[in-house]
Design a protein around this ligand. Structure first.
Ligand code: BTN
Length: 325
């Protein structure tokens, strides 16, 4: 989108409640009325419904059903997270793209967002259903100077950030299933995929992928996922602004990440525990090698590792697993 069109759209988005005169647009954008008219028509072609009334000016009446980068920008309150925003209407996977960008030196806080993923990836090599126009599919690049063993803590920070942002924007209070699934009434609302680019001892980049079912309707959820997946719209009964939610997540994530780097993991641990599901419950942990450990989830330790006491009383340190009741 050209710079003038982007700025025109931002002004219209800011003034959604009333008309803005052509004169005011010209002054703010430093261009002619003809140029404004051209941008308005371009935006109309892209699916924006813009009313124009003589002597009153222009008013945005409706937006196309796609994520609007300019609207995310308007809501952002961060210093760096999300400020370098790369947006695609369709992409195979934001995660893959973020990996390439990180290899090419993209800065910390760079965010790749897509309205649709055609090859979304989940944990353990699973596919991630990422339909058009309904979810948040995004990957954030971090460049922490942390030892490798502390990286899993970043997943927990992301989970707490998302839970807090969802509560702030929609009022919905969800919980976290270790390490990083966000659930409501036992159904999955959010998945987080943390991946690493590292040398033998040091971290080059961490890519945090977040998949959030925001406005997905019940009938659009694939049959196989219906018993286990939900969306914010299904829970709250209303469409939620994906743009506001992305901005709120970036704000929470940036704040908690810096607090963690400065003060360590203990406050994050408390926050995570306050939202944790399954602690004190009998669970099954399926490890990557296929082994299953049954026992009581005791909590997480200071590194974010799950402590699971098996039926013989032995405590296992679980670094990665699929957890089921
Ligand atoms: C999980 O298995 O629970 C993690 C799912 C992570 C999905 C997100 S959507 C944005 C990013 N791009 C991907 O391909 N995957 C992650």
């Amino acid at each position: 989108m050209s710079r003038t069109k982007e700025e025109t759209l931002k002004i219209l988005l800011r003034h959604q409640q009333h008309y803005i005169s052509g004169q005011a647009l010209c002054e703010q954008l430093g261009c002619s009325r003809t140029a404004i008219w051209k941008q308005i028509n371009e935006l109309r072609k892209e699916g924006y419904t813009i009313d124009s009334v003589q002597k009153k000016g222009y008013k945005l009446l409706a937006k196309p059903n796609k994520l609007i980068k300019e609207e995310i920008d308007l809501h952002l309150t961060t210093d760096t997270f999300g400020r370098h925003l790369i947006y695609y209407e369709e992409v195979p996977s934001t995660q893959k793209l973020a990996h390439h960008l990180a290899e090419d030196g993209a800065a910390e806080g760079t965010l790749v967002v897509a309205d649709e993923q055609t090859d979304g990836r989940g944990r353990l090599g699973r596919a991630w259903h990422s339909p058009k126009g309904t979810g948040i599919w995004m990957s954030c690049i971090l460049r922490p100077t942390l030892s490798l063993e502390r990286i899993p803590q970043l997943t927990l920070i992301a989970a707490v950030s998302i839970v807090r942002a969802i509560k702030k924007i929609s009022g919905v209070q969800c919980g976290i299933k270790w390490p990083n699934d966000i659930l409501f009434n036992g159904k999955k609302l959010v998945g987080i995929l943390t991946e690493l680019q590292a040398e033998i001892e040091s971290v080059r980049a961490v890519i945090i992928g977040m998949g959030i079912n925001v406005n997905v309707d019940a009938d659009a959820i694939p049959e196989a996922l219906k018993p286990i997946a939900t969306s914010l719209k299904m829970i709250s009964g209303v469409r939620q602004s994906r743009e506001q939610l992305i901005a709120a997540i970036m704000s929470e994530f940036e704040g908690l990440y810096h607090m963690y780097l400065e003060e360590g993991f203990s406050i994050i641990k408390q926050m995570w525990e306050a939202h944790a599901l399954n602690i004190g419950q009998h669970i099954h942990a399926r490890l990557a090698n296929g082994d299953v450990i049954h026992g009581i989830a005791q909590g997480i330790n200071d590194k974010g590792v799950l402590l699971l006491q098996d039926d013989q009383g032995e405590t296992h340190h679980i670094y990665s697993a699929d957890i089921n009741l």
